[in-house]
Design a protein around this ligand. Structure first.
Ligand SMILES: [Fe+2]
Length: 350
């Protein structure tokens, strides 16, 4: 839906008029004769009610890994077979890579395409939260692992072509020139690409293993549901403004999701080799591929492949069975943010 100005012309813009479009006037190649005046964001004049709704959801979902008592998982961690520990560390290093890409590039890359200034602020908020996610896995490492184990896992991630290929596939669109393709890439990363990794802590959780780590993963999943929903929603609004691209973008999305699924399974087959979990992982990835498609406004086409997703994995997603794992489900985890009190001068006397 485009906003319409009093003279009847559409105020929709692929490129917003606020700071991302500012160019140094000395930059002859890129610069207009003058920059438009910069407009301060006005949260009292909302163009798209979804921006405020999502902002409020994001801020009410805010959490930090420092508040999750991960060390309570240490006794169980020490009893895990070495192979399961190695798998866990690799899974979390892979998740760290994708959240790093999303925090530093994926969310930020959508800011210049924003339709409203509020949308820009929402991506800034999401980018920060992606950085929190990327940091949260490091909290698991620092709690459970030795420095040499952590170093080895990061070397593995950097040297693993299958892991890198998944990040490369989305980076190509983040660095590209097409705002709609960027949104599809971002939605598919948040709603599909990480789920082969999330499967493992949910599988553990369903067996009563690493329960605090699973609580943290549920907080990440709760955020991801909003992130994927929002990029998908903005993709649909962008497509509304470009009806001539409907067929092209549908074709692009289905081709791209097929490519990402292939890359995801390439990676998964190697990662989970020897663990007898591949079938469950694949079903779970397809289950989330359907959610990604729905976020983008397309029909879920992987019902058959997702049919085998294990009930205990779905239950692990939703510890309270009255809740469902989606954007509108409210708080999906037991995390409660601490109560704050105002600081006094005496607090600063050390
Ligand atoms: Fe994330």
């Amino acid at each position: 839906m485009s906003a319409t100005s009093p003279n009847g012309t559409s105020t929709y813009h692929d490129r917003s008029i606020t700071p991302p479009q500012w160019r140094p006037l000395s930059d002859a190649a890129n610069s207009p004769d003058t920059n438009p005046p910069m407009r301060p964001i006005n949260w009292n004049a909302i163009t798209d009610a979804k921006d405020l709704e999502v902002w409020l959801r994001l801020t009410s979902n805010f959490w930090l890994p420092e508040k999750v008592p991960l060390s309570n998982d240490l006794p169980v961690w020490r009893t895990l077979p070495e192979a399961e520990k190695d798998l866990t560390i690799r899974v979390f290093t892979g998740l760290t890579l994708l959240d790093t890409v999303q925090a530093s590039v994926g969310e930020i890359s959508q800011i210049p395409d924003a339709r409203t200034e509020h949308e820009q602020a929402v991506y800034a908020n999401i980018a920060f939260m992606q950085a929190v996610h990327a940091r949260s896995y490091s909290s698991v490492f620092s709690t459970m692992c030795s420095t040499p184990e952590i170093t080895a896992a990061y070397e593995w991630a950097v040297a693993n072509p299958k892991l890198q290929a998944r990040a490369d596939a989305v980076m190509g669109h983040y660095a590209g020139t097409d705002p709609l393709k960027r949104k599809v890439a971002s939605t598919l990363l948040s709603s599909l690409l990480l789920y082969a990794g999330f499967y493992l802590p949910l599988h553990f959780s369903a067996r009563g293993v690493m329960m605090n780590t699973a609580d943290m993963i549920r907080l990440i999943l709760r955020d991801k549901a909003v992130h994927g929903y929002y990029s998908g929603y903005k993709f649909q609004r962008g497509l509304d403004a470009h009806p001539e691209r409907v067929a092209e973008m549908e074709d692009f999305t289905f081709t791209f999701i097929d490519e990402l699924l292939r890359l995801e399974f390439d990676y998964t087959d190697e990662l989970y080799d020897g663990f007898n979990l591949i079938r469950g992982v694949r079903s779970f990835v397809y289950y989330n591929a359907n959610k990604a498609l729905m976020n983008l406004g397309y029909p879920a086409i992987y019902e058959e492949q997702a049919a085998d997703v294990e009930p205990d994995i779905i239950a692990a997603l939703t510890p309270d069975s009255s809740e469902t794992h989606d954007f509108f489900s409210g708080s999906g985890s037991a995390y409660v943010i601490g109560r704050a009190e105002a600081t006094e001068n005496s607090d600063w006397e050390f």
